[in-house]
Design a protein around this ligand. Structure first.
Ligand code: MSP
Length: 658
């Protein structure tokens, strides 16, 4: 048994929780549950980030005190996580007393290392991101990476000697290749640091909502110094050394890709300065869009987390979010896809397997678990080996932080068990009076279902518990992976109680009518239209089954990520007369490099500033020694030149095209 410490970001409390907040916390929750089933002592931390200019301004806008606002909004996050039945061990608030104390001590240590000095800050600040930006990162009064408005700041400030840590950081990335995943993110951070680091302004004097700088209370600490330190506060930091040693360094910090720089540059530098160990891993996930469009308050298309939790069974929501996209990718939230995955995977594959097996056991063998017998038949050997392989593959998927793969393997195993039943035909064995073989096949199917329940428990905890309750297994210990070390651990003679419908089939969603609120798929009023749409979905699924039609599933299309990117620079590639080397902002922290075969149709200077469609999730390719990280879409004109798919400024940079 070992200790396992995992964290989510702490969430800003200037607004209501949305799908992004639910997503990170659900990822962490799945890992926490998995590690507990492995027998680890898990500490799972989440919470709220409550200081800073952004919060102070949001409170001013509402005409209430920051304290009142953070109390109200933090409670909303806490409620959400209760409603989602997440299993965090602490919900930390940066306004908690122990946290304020830890931050003061952290800064004192950084100062003792000679890393803090007083100077004057002159530069850009985006309150929405709580981030400083260089001139080169700004265009039209906005941060290029995020679109947040920037303001000019000129004031006395304490600085942290971030520049001193550039080399140690690069060394850390080099010697810990898994410290930042996915690897593309590590490269992104490394090239940012290679570009040189400037010292970081870590205090402000023009607002007051924050933790004061020790010994200089007229300065308020930069909110990221405060926020990042939460990760050590929660495990005892400087107060409870025993606990701190037991849990620090954190095993995984789960974050969104937008806050990578803070976690993979600032945080390790602060820790080095304070003489503390660095986290073992930072896992950066992608962003959810709504119908392909980046969510934003101004567009009013933010998917509310409470609404989601009400609209879907929690297991279904978790399954969808974790199955639909690899952790590092962006994804498009679609009700139609939730319904498809629920119906085809959860209901038809697992739900059906469980129902039919319990029903057969009730009908044919008296409703209790038969005795296991030695495995000799080749189909039994294959089934047991498939169970072992699924267990190992799921372990590996967790190791690789690839939860979607874990679910692929789970589903593949469930299909195997369904096939086993089709092949062994217990109903025929029953008819033929072959009791011995009948009992053996049903034992194997029931044991497989127990394996599925355990392996699925990090993802669909309610369904797993229902299945296990069907075997009379209702304690935490029954979830332990220890019982998956060998086959046939389901005790003979156990009375069986059919768990009932595990996953209700859902009707396909109705297309949204203008100005109408999203309705639950089961909504009575829309049932008629939903039926029609379901048929449409059914129909298209059928035709897609035939390879000869050349049609693809919608899911296949959604795998291709096409975004609007803005060309920032363009130049000829030496020795290649067809190629141009571009850099483009695709809505990420750092621009992508693109090598495009468009030099015959465009002069480099014509391209700068254009917003064009580009595929952003192709595996990078090297052309003339330059790594190309995206592909520009173009069509041939009648005169053999190329025309680009262009967008004007109404479309935000980074918007996904769907
Ligand atoms: N308070 C900081 C984090 C401090 S951690 C020491 C913060 N808060 S946040 O509330 O703005 O964002 C929290 C997380 O939500 C980030 O990881 C961010 O990536 C994630 N998401 C915000 N919008 C998202 C989507 N649309 N999709 C997925 N996750 C997204 O940043």
């Amino acid at each position: 048994m070992s200790n396992f410490y995992l964290t989510t970001p702490i969430y800003y409390v200037n607004g209501a929780p949305h799908i992004g907040h639910a997503y990170t916390t659900i990822i962490a929750d799945a890992f926490a549950r998995y590690r507990r089933q492995k027998g680890d002592e898990v500490f799972f931390l989440t919470g709220t980030d409550e200081h800073g200019l952004k919060i102070q301004r949001a409170a001013e806008d509402r005409g209430i005190s920051p304290q009142q606002m953070v109390d109200e909004n933090s409670a909303r996050f806490r409620e959400l996580f209760e409603q989602l039945r997440l299993t965090h061990d602490r919900f930390i608030r940066t306004t908690d007393a122990d946290h304020k104390k830890t931050v003061a001590e952290m800064v004192a240590r950084m100062k003792a290392s000679g890393d803090i000095y007083l100077d004057k800050y002159e530069g850009w600040y985006a309150a929405a991101d709580e981030a400083y930006y260089d001139e080169s990162e700004i265009a039209d009064g906005k941060a290029v990476a995020t679109g947040a408005s920037v303001e000019w700041v000129e004031e006395e400030s304490y600085f942290f000697k971030l520049s001193k840590y550039a080399e140690p950081l690069l060394e850390w990335y080099r010697s810990n290749p898994n410290a930042i995943t996915p690897s593309g993110r590590r490269n992104e951070v490394a090239s940012f640091v290679e570009g040189g680091l400037r010292d970081l302004s870590i205090s402000r004097t023009t607002f007051s909502w924050g933790i004061p700088m020790p010994e200089h209370p007229e300065h308020v600490l930069y909110v990221w110094v405060d926020a990042l330190t939460n990760y050590i506060t929660a495990v005892g930091a400087f107060d409870d050394t025993e606990r701190f040693e037991a849990f620090w360094p954190a095993d995984i910090h789960f974050i969104g890709k937008d806050i990578l720089r803070f976690h993979a540059v600032y945080w390790p530098a602060f820790l080095m300065s304070a003489g503390l160990e660095l986290p073992k891993q930072i896992v950066a996930h992608g962003w959810w869009t709504n119908d392909g469009i980046k969510m934003s308050k101004s567009l009013g298309n933010v998917i509310d987390a409470f609404e989601l939790a009400e609209r879907y069974d929690l297991d279904v929501l978790r399954y969808y979010l974790l199955r639909e996209i690899p952790i590092g990718n962006d994804g498009n939230f679609s009700d139609a896809r939730v319904v498809e995955r629920n119906n085809a995977e959860l209901a038809d594959n697992i739900g059906n397997l469980v129902n039919r097996t319990f029903a057969m056991a009730g009908k044919f063998i008296g409703g209790s678990v038969p005795a296991p017998r030695d495995i000799t038949e080749s189909e039994d050997v294959a089934l047991r080996d498939a169970a072992y392989a699924a267990r190992d593959a799921i372990d590996k998927a967790f190791e690789d932080r690839e939860l979607h793969r874990a679910l692929e393997h789970l589903m593949a195993f469930s299909s195997e068990v369904n096939n086993y039943i089709q092949r062994t035909q217990p109903w025929a064995l029953n008819k033929a009076g072959n009791t011995e073989r009948l009992e053996q096949t049903l034992y194997n199917a029931l044991e497989s279902i127990r394996w599925i329940a355990l392996l699925a428990a990090p993802f669909t905890p309610d369904a797993s518990r229902k299945i296990l309750a069907g075997f009379g297994q209702t304690t935490e210990a029954h979830l332990s992976f220890d019982t998956l070390k060998t086959w046939a651990n389901l005790p003979a003679g156990t009375p069986l109680e059919a768990p009932g419908v595990l996953f209700e089939k859902l009707e396909a969603p109705v297309e949204e009518e203008e100005n109408s609120e999203k309705s639950a798929p089961q909504d009575q009023k829309s049932a008629k239209k939903a039926k029609k749409d379901e048929k449409k979905v059914e129909k298209s699924k059928k035709s897609d089954d035939s390879e000869s039609t050349g049609l693809i599933e919608f899911g296949d299309f959604t795998k291709v990520e096409i975004r609007v990117g803005e060309v920032l620079t363009a130049e000829k590639v030496e020795g290649a007369d067809k190629l141009l080397k571009l850099s483009a902002n695709v809505g990420e922290e750092t621009p992508r490099t693109i090598v495009a075969g468009i030099a015959k149709s465009f002069a480099p200077e014509e391209l700068v500033g254009l917003r064009v469609a580009m595929v952003t999730n192709l595996k990078p390719a090297k052309l003339f020694g330059i790594k190309s990280e995206a592909m520009i879409l173009a069509a041939k004109t009648t005169d053999g030149k190329l025309a680009l798919a262009r967008y004007d400024e109404r479309v935000e940079v980074g918007t996904r095209i769907s």
